[in-house]
Every structure is written in structure tokens, then in C-alpha cells.
Design a protein around this ligand. Structure first.
Ligand SMILES: [Zn+2]
Length: 352
């Protein structure tokens, strides 16, 4: 069983495992959060992940360009991704150094190197070239980094354990951590995800560095990744569900379509103590923000339960309880457990 650890940044520590809510700054809801009309995600979590492509060329860019933190009342760690995934979708290719300078200007506490995520159905001979470009871009960023306070995580890609081994062998020494991408298009194949993520975990652990997993954290993965000792992971399910007016069920952890069901189950989070379904259904940004924060509260509550159970050594009991309502949690965790015991590895408490 893995142990709780801590990542030190210039704006505070991240106690791990930690779930970082993704903030995309493209929807109206962010004005509501920045003005704190509704408690914003960054007040509730250990740290927050901002997506570079959703900051760049938005109305917020000017406000945050000389330091992201001045937008917020709390001093907490901010992770800024490289925007590689959005660039790929938009068909833009960014200069890796330009991305690095932008992250430095934003005064990110953690930044991921620019990468070239691989979509589905690309031949191995093709995507290996993309992996090589991601490696080159990471090593280049490491050589050119100017801001000491910023932790630089190398992006990691690969679709088999052998490819992960090869990828790590090509990276220079000196990264502060690793961040694994290209997983979103493959998120339904949980067995492969667990195999390759655990392989990356072993490499990161051998180097004494933390590992972040981009983009695949629903509840079953939240459980499995924490069990595997992954330090940080992100999710924007709380936000996406709120756009579709979906309420995360506090017990089954499934998304409830409020308009279809016409009612919602009871929840004791601080939003639901004050507001009800009709307050979530309105068309403006405030109802969406309430709903997003209820959804996030459920994610963070589960994260806390997981942390507690790991420190008290009864993670299995928690998985069994949760699996009564959500059998996928057990399925995914059982696979992770089998996989880890085959590898016969244990981790110790680590501080980064
Ligand atoms: Zn609630």
C-alpha cells in the first residue's frame, strides 16, 4: 500500500494523493468564481490545474499575465499545463520555449512541458515520431527554464510498458516531476491505463519524483490511481456535468440528469444545505456554479475518504462499501491490486 506524501511549491504544499480541479476559463461561470459570488474550486482543493490554451487569448490573459495568483484571494499552488492537448485539437503547433516563457510569466507553481498528444488509430511508426518530439520538447524546456520557483514536470506518453521504459530512458535528468498525457482517447481501456500508468509510476518513483495523471479521473480511477500511489490527478467532470445540468449522486457517484429525473437525492454538502434542484437548473452562470461546486464537493469528499482509509490501512473496506453502489470501482481497483502484487513493489513515505 502506498503512503501519503507532500509536494512543496512556492505557494504551499500539496498533500497527496490530491485531485486538482481543472479550470478552463472559457465559460461565463469563471466570472462568478473569480468574483467569489459562489465559492470557487480553488478555495476547496489542495491545488488547481489551469489549462494554458484556455487562458491564452481569453479576456483573462491580461489580468493574469504577470502572475496568476493575483486573481485569487488565497495563496495556493497552481499547476499550468502546456495546452498540448487543446493545441492538437485546434491544429496549432506551439513553440515549446514560447510555452515555457508563458508559464513562467504566469508564475505557475508547477508547469508541464509542451507535448504532442497522440490521438487514437495512429500507426506505431507514426506516433513514435510524435513521442520523440515530446521528448525533445521536454529536454529543451529543462535546458531553458529560467524561473527557479517553478517546478517543471516532463510530459510522458507511451502505450505499452516498453514504450514507457524507452520514453523515460530518453529524458534528461533534473525534472521536478512527470505528467502523463495522451490518455483521454483511451480512457475506457482501464487495464492498459493501469499497466502503463503504473510503469510510469515506477520510473518516477525511482527518480524520487511525483507523477501527475492528466484527464482520466472519474470515480473508479480516482480510487485506483490513489491506491497505486499516484501523487496528483485532475478532473473536470464536475464542470462538464454542470454544463449538462447533471448532478453527481452522492451515493452511487453517477451523473443524474435532473431534467429527466425531476428530483435529486439528498446531499449534506455546504451547497445542498442551502440550495435545491431549482437553484441548479437556471440558465445563467450562478446556477451552473452552484451545481459545479456540489459536484466537486462529492469528488473532494471521496478523495478525503480515500486518504483517510489509506492512512488507517482500510482501503479495501472502503472499496467494498463503495462497490455496493458502483461496481466499476471494485473492478478497476481489483485489477490495479492484481497488477501491483504481480510487480511486488512497495513505496515509502516521500517528500518532494
Ligand atoms: Zn451537495
Amino acid at each position: 500500500m502506498e503512503s501519503i506524501s507532500k509536494i512543496k511549491t512556492s505557494n504551499g504544499d500539496i498533500k497527496t494523493p490530491a485531485l486538482l480541479p481543472v479550470c478552463a476559463l472559457t465559460y461565463g461561470v469563471w466570472d462568478v468564481f473569480i468574483e467569489e459570488k459562489v465559492t470557487p474550486p480553488w478555495k476547496l482543493s489542495e491545488a488547481t490545474l489551469f489549462s494554458l490554451e484556455y487562458v491564452r487569448n481569453t479576456k483573462y490573459e491580461e489580468k493574469v499575465i504577470n502572475g496568476f495568483h493575483k486573481l485569487f484571494t488565497d495563496k495556493k499552488p497552481i499547476f499550468v499545463d502546456s495546452g498540448g492537448f487543446q493545441s492538437m485539437k485546434k491544429g496549432i503547433e506551439r513553440d515549446p520555449i514560447d510555452v515555457l516563457r508563458f508559464q513562467e510569466k504566469l508564475q505557475a507553481d508547477i508547469a508541464a512541458t509542451f507535448d504532442y498528444p497522440v490521438p487514437l488509430n495512429v500507426k506505431q511508426s507514426e506516433y513514435i515520431k510524435m513521442l520523440e518530439k515530446s521528448i525533445e520538447s521536454a529536454n529543451l524546456a529543462l535546458e531553458n527554464k529560467k524561473r527557479d520557483e517553478m517546478l517543471l514536470y516532463s510530459c510522458v506518453h507511451g502505450f505499452s510498458e516498453e514504450e514507457i521504459d524507452w520514453y523515460f530512458s530518453k529524458l534528461s535528468d533534473g525534472f521536478d516531476g512527470y505528467a502523463m498525457g495522451s490518455l483521454v482517447p483511451r480512457k475506457n481501456d482501464y487495464k492498459t491505463l493501469i499497466d502503463i500508468i503504473y510503469k510510469a509510476k515506477i520510473h518516477a518513483h525511482e527518480r524520487g519524483k511525483p507523477l501527475h495523471i492528466f484527464g482520466v479521473t472519474g470515480f473508479p480511477m480516482l480510487y485506483a490511481l490513489s491506491y497505486m500511489g499516484i501523487e496528483t490527478m485532475d478532473s473536470w467532470t464536475y464542470l462538464v456535468a454542470s454544463i449538462y445540468k447533471e448532478y453527481i449522486h452522492p451515493q452511487t457517484l453517477k451523473r443524474v440528469r435532473m431534467r429527466k429525473t425531476g428530483k435529486i437525492p439528498e446531499c449534506d454538502c455546504f451547497i445542498c444545505k442551502e440550495f435545491g434542484m431549482n437553484d441548479f437548473l437556471g440558465a445563467t452562470s450562478v446556477p451552473q456554479a452552484y451545481l459545479a461546486i456540489h459536484n466537486l464537493n462529492i469528488f473532494l469528499r471521496e478523495m478525503n475518504l480515500i486518504k483517510e482509509s489509506i492512512s488507517e490501512n482500510n482501503f479495501d473496506d472502503l472499496v467494498n462499501i463503495k462497490s455496493k453502489d458502483n461496481e466499476r470501482i471494485k473492478k478497476v481497483c481489483d485489477y490495479a491490486k492484481r497488477h501491483i502484487s504481480n510487480k511486488n513493489l512497495q513505496y515509502r513515505i516521500t517528500e518532494f
